[in-house]
Design a protein around this ligand. Structure first.
Ligand SMILES: C[S@@+](CC[C@H](N)C(=O)[O-])C[C@H]1O[C@@H](n2cnc3c(N)ncnc32)[C@H](O)[C@@H]1O
Length: 236
């Protein structure tokens, strides 16, 4: 089925086809970001239609894992990596986070949608690639989230090293990784980087759980909805 980015017929199958398609399985971040340039107009609508629950889970996790005083401080700084249209920031605010949120994403159109919500302090455009430093100083953030972007052809697991560099000691680093068959080779690389950072005592694992990414799910992947690993690490 071709991807129809313009249709206002928001049937579940059209939404699913826009969300999960050849781009989801691509090896090329530039092609993936190009897809989101087209997808930006209806992305939020599809997330609602498919009951995308991750932003809610991330809000809950940041609230639980960030120091309470920091969570409620207007001077706290959190970075939303691959922020898209800003659903992650909305999830944090819904749970009572009071500080600043910056975002970075490869797609200008997704960023424009996020900007319109008026909830980010700074938004930057940049396609994140291995061996290219993120445009932030060491220890700049009190927390970091990265929702639904650590997967094949999207954000490389090598970027986890940058997540550690740009966060302050003690900060929660929270991210999800699509955990299904088609992402298995990525997960293997991801686990190797996680192990490397753990062995270097750069971070410690706080918790891992499995979440359902879309409650309305047409993938029928091994008989259950698409799942993600929700991981929280703390910078040492
Ligand atoms: C599935 S969306 C998730 C967006 C948002 N985090 C959310 O939860 O709604 C994936 C986002 O990652 C961005 N993205 C994918 N690969 C990227 C890369 N290598 N560098 C920067 N952004 C990337 C896309 O532009 C898109 O906005």
């Amino acid at each position: 089925m071709d991807i129809d980015y313009t249709s206002t017929d928001h049937s579940v199958s059209k939404s699913w086809n826009r969300m999960y398609n050849k781009h989801t399985l691509s090896d090329d971040p530039k092609a993936v970001v190009k897809h989101f340039e087209s997808y930006a107009q209806v992305y939020d609508h599809d997330c609602k239609k498919l009951e995308f629950s991750s932003p809610e889970e991330f809000g809950k996790t940041l609230q639980a894992e960030m120091d309470d005083k920091m969570f409620k401080s207007q001077s706290a700084n959190v970075l939303d990596v691959a922020c898209g249209t800003g659903l992650g920031a909305e999830g944090l605010l819904k749970h009572g986070y009071k500080g600043n949120i910056d975002g970075i994403d490869g797609s200008q159109a997704m960023i424009e949608k996020a900007k319109k919500k008026g909830i980010y302090r700074n938004l930057a455009r940049g396609i994140l690639e291995p061996n290219t430093p993120m445009p932030y100083a060491d220890n700049a953030y009190d927390g970091l989230i990265c929702i639904a972007a650590l997967s094949k052809g999207h954000v490389s697991p090598e970027l986890l090293k940058e997540f550690v560099r740009i966060t302050r000691k003690g900060s929660p680093i929270i991210f999800s990784v699509r955990n299904n068959e088609s992402n298995q080779s990525y997960i293997d690389q991801f686990e190797a980087v996680v192990k490397q950072l753990t062995n270097l005592k750069a971070w410690v694992e706080v918790k891992r759980s499995t979440i359902v990414q879309y409650s309305v799910d047409l993938s029928n992947d091994q008989g259950h909805p698409m799942q993600s690993l929700l991981c929280c690490y703390r910078k040492v």
